[in-house]
Design a binder for this molecule. Structure first.
Ligand code: HEM
Length: 137
């Protein structure tokens, strides 16, 4: 219980870092965590108090709920409730899809991750050079 009060002061500090794996382990009524704007919140105790009902909340447990939260257009009052539930900052990819993409690229975010084959550039230059030789040399 006292955890919630001490955590409230942790909003701006660099608390523990959570990742997608840890987050996704808390997706039930017994333990519901949510990612909102790169911060992880334990909303378990708030499920029954949520003015919008617990069902909409339960759908977002264990994942990035930022879009759902913002789509509703929550008031400042609602945002002021967040520090009480703050657990820590989030680190790493925010969805299974993003995680897969990162793993496929060895975690790199270079040009290779955009799907643009990096060898295209030197091959084009070579092809242009050969064409020039054939036509003009
Ligand atoms: C910890 C996170 C959340 C807090 C503290 C919170 C708080 C609140 C509060 C105080 C309200 C009353 C209206 C307002 O003041 O804006 C509300 C309404 C509502 N919330 Fe949340 N909420 C949270 C997360 C979510 C999520 C993830 C959803 C998912 C869709 C959601 C959906 C709704 C809906 C549908 C309403 C009803 C809006 C209406 O009847 O006009 N909330 N929430």
């Amino acid at each position: 219980m006292s955890d919630a009060t001490t955590a409230a002061s942790g909003e701006t500090s660099s608390g523990p870092k959570y990742n997608l794996e840890t987050l996704s382990e808390h997706k039930t009524r017994e333990s519901c965590w949510m990612l909102l704007h790169d911060k992880v919140y334990d909303v378990t105790a708030f499920l029954d108090e949520h003015p919008g009902g617990d069902e909409v909340m339960l759908e977002e447990c264990g994942r990035d709920a930022t879009e759902a939260f913002e789509d509703v257009g929550h008031s400042d009052e609602a945002r002021d409730m967040l520090p009480k539930m703050f657990l820590g900052d989030f680190d790493g990819p925010k969805s299974a899809k993003a995680a897969k993409r990162a793993a496929a690229n060895g975690g790199s975010t270079s040009a290779a991750s955009s799907g643009f084959p990096i060898w295209i550039l030197p091959v084009s230059v070579l092809a242009a050079f050969i064409a020039w030789r054939v036509l003009y040399a």
